[in-house]
Design a protein around this ligand. Structure first.
Ligand code: ADP
Length: 636
């Protein structure tokens, strides 16, 4: 097959431009990225061979090799791992599949200055393309294990790349960088220097479980004449999770995190756990400092890796942590599992189940510790992952209390500082029995909702919940420390229950006085409304609509529908403010008039206004507008 030239996908081209113009200052990390990919490729081959013994591949000496040549100024990173087929090279190397790329590039364009761009690249990680920070041409030669023909990919990173078949390619992948001239002032070091390579590998890739070997210069690949050269192994290959805490530096932990998490930034927290006994395992988990772009995508991936006795078994092992902790990265190394354990078996294994419970508790207790010891870190954690964690309130009843303990929420108590439920309860006065909350799209829309009026008036704190998941968990959880969680938009709210509700009290008088109007309005509004009643939550607005205590709110109904579930529309309750002039006048007119045609329209308008005030839409917007316009005209 002849050499073919292809264009990079637009996003890939943009990213390459950034690499070539080196917006990222620490250029050394290119080697970490290439070694990381090589290590993954060796893991993949070992596993594939394990599952399919007939695979025609040599797994006797899996390793990574680094060759440098100062004459030609090239550096080659070679592995004898899984390799790539011709199609795979085009797909994996010519395009960027990451679902967050579009968002990332958008942010990058908006960042404008170099510091902003560097931060963003750091948060995205660019893998293989990092080579273009130090090289003006990159050649990748690869042959997939089990296939006979290899592929050669070459590019200068400027819009196009070429692909050709390579008959002589050994199994695995080699990436050759034609290095740019060294420019130490811009942190572009001389990567043909053995001590520089030693230093970089030691610093970033020491824990890689495969040997990273450096060939003495000039002895590389085929054709050496002076006997077999002795390669030097650069990494210790020691599993960090198996080493005592005081022997491992934070930096070493962080580099492992970067390798596993495909993140260029430091993690927020490192969690170690060693379990002895019948089922022995070691875990090293990390809480990232930033949520990935795809945290809420269906196929969001890359969590915890499973090892068995230091041997990599699988990536993204979903059996080790519940879905709401999917952002946790790390390694779990179990002593007593068979090497060919499958995902299906893991899902049913009793020991794994126990491990998951223990790891889950450990993560949650770490967050709790952060909360008491380091408020800022906790705040970062909650800002980035709180929304995901709250899913656990619904899906993991066993840890509900632990999650509620570490959860914090926006509240009317403070404009910007969130509150925990514990703090809320501490602030409650004796007369307040319940914890109040309101859900909605934004803090502003919630604060301005008519449902809030009486609460604002009386200075009663309300939690302001704006995540879609809030609708669900608040219902599911029901209470905290014996205090009911109560939506201010659902059910009856009787803030001064004591005096008002007493027989002969204000409430009873009002109910009598309005009984006729309420019954008549219910008839007028018919289908749309379950009940019309007097409100004790309004002080300014004439009316509002609320849901029955056990009905779904409109937002929740919409959410279920968006997920494709059929749910009947729950009828709402219309509440009138007996203290409002419009409502008083309406009652007066109702009692005095025989012909109530005009009043029926007023009732309809009042209902429409209440629906609008909570961010909804009147059932027939055009009719609503017409009635309203007529009224306005008459008032001129
Ligand atoms: P990432 O490693 O974050 O997925 P890269 O751009 O570094 O992104 O690599 C893209 C893909 O190319 C990898 O996911 C892998 O499938 C493939 N790849 C890269 N390097 C190698 C290699 N040395 N051997 C086999 N496949 C590789």
């Amino acid at each position: 097959m002849a050499t073919e030239t292809f264009e990079f996908q637009v996003e890939a081209r943009q990213l390459l431009q950034l690499m070539i113009h080196s917006v990222y200052s620490n250029k050394d990390v290119f080697l970490r990225e290439l070694v990381s990919n090589a290590s993954d490729a060796l893991d993949k081959l070992r596993l594939e061979k394990l599952w399919d013994d007939s695979l025609d591949a040599d797994v006797s000496d899996l390793h990574i090799e680094i060759d440098i040549d100062s004459d030609t100024r090239t550096l080659t990173v070679r592995d004898n791992g899984i390799g790539m087929s011709y199609d795979e090279v085009g797909r994996l190397i010519g395009t960027i599949a990451n679902s967050g790329t579009a968002t990332f590039l958008q942010e990058l364009q908006e960042a404008k200055d170099a510091a902003g761009a560097e931060g963003l690249i750091g948060q995205f990680g660019v893998g293989f393309y990092a080579g273009f920070m130090v090289a003006d041409e990159v050649t990748l030669t690869t042959r997939r294990a089990g296939e006979s023909r290899g592929t050669r990919w070459t590019s200068r990173g400027e819009g196009t790349y070429t692909l050709e078949t390579a008959d002589d390619a050994p199994q695995g992948t080699s990436v050759t960088l034609h290095l740019k001239p060294a420019d130490p002032e811009n942190q572009l070091h001389d990567y043909t220097s053995p001590w520089k390579i030693r230093e970089i590998v030691k610093r970033y890739s020491d824990f890689i479980t495969w040997p990273v070997r450096m060939m003495p210069e000039g002895s590389a690949s085929a054709g050496e004449s002076d006997g077999t050269p002795e390669p030097e192994t650069l990494n210790s290959m020691k599993a960090l999770w198996a080493r005592p805490r005081d022997e491992v530096s934070d930096d070493e932990y962080h580099e492992l995190y970067k390798h596993i998490g495909h993140d260029w930034r430091e993690p927020l927290e490192t969690i170690r756990l060693q379990a002895e006994g019948t089922f022995e395992y070691q875990a090293l988990l990390f809480l990232p400092a930033h949520a990935p772009h795809d945290l809420f995508a269906r196929d969001s991936k890359r969590g915890v890796q499973l090892y068995v006795r230091r041997v990599f078994i699988m990536d993204d092992c979903e059996a080790l942590l519940p879905p709401y902790l999917r952002f946790v990265k790390g390694v779990v190394d179990a002593a007593d599992l068979p090497l060919n354990v499958s995902r299906e078996i893991l899902q049913q294994d009793r020991h794994i189940e126990m491990m998951r419970r223990r790891l889950t508790k450990k993560v949650l207790s770490t967050v709790k510790e952060m909360m008491t010891k380091d408020q800022d870190r906790y705040a970062t954690f909650w800002r980035e992952f709180g929304t995901a964690l709250k899913e656990g309130l619904v899906t993991d009843p066993e840890n509900r209390d632990a999650i509620l303990t570490v959860a914090s929420f926006a509240s009317t108590h403070h404009d910007t500082e969130p509150t925990t439920l514990k703090q809320y309860v501490e602030r409650m006065d004796d007369a307040q029995a319940d914890i109040y909350y309101l859900t909605g799209e934004s803090r502003q829309s919630i604060e301005n909702s008519p449902h809030m009026e009486a609460f604002r008036d009386r200075g009663i704190e309300v939690l302001l919940l704006t995540d879609p998941v809030d609708e669900v968990w608040a219902d599911a959880v029901g209470e905290y420390e014996g205090k009911k969680l109560k939506s201010v938009a659902k059910g009856r709210i009787d803030l001064d229950a004591k005096d008002e509700d007493a027989p002969g009290g204000e409430r009873e008088k009002q109910t009598e006085e309005y009984a006729g109007l309420l019954g008549w309005m219910k008839e007028q509004l018919g289908e749309d409304i379950k009940e019309v009643r007097l409100s004790s939550r309004l002080t300014v607005s004439p009316a509002c609509v609320v849901s029955d205590a056990h009905d779904l709110t409109p937002a929740l109904e919409n959410m279920y529908r968006a997920m494709g579930q059929e749910v009947p529309r729950a009828k709402r309750i219309l509440e009138l403010n007996p203290g409002h002039r419009l409502v008083k006048g309406l009652n007066q007119a109702y009692k005095e008039r025989e012909d109530r045609t005009g009043l029926a329209e007023t009732a309809e308008l009042l209902h429409g206004l209440a629906v609008l005030a909570e961010g909804g839409q009147p059932k027939e917007p055009a009719r609503f507008v017409k009635l309203m316009a007529d009224r306005l005209e008459r008032s001129l």
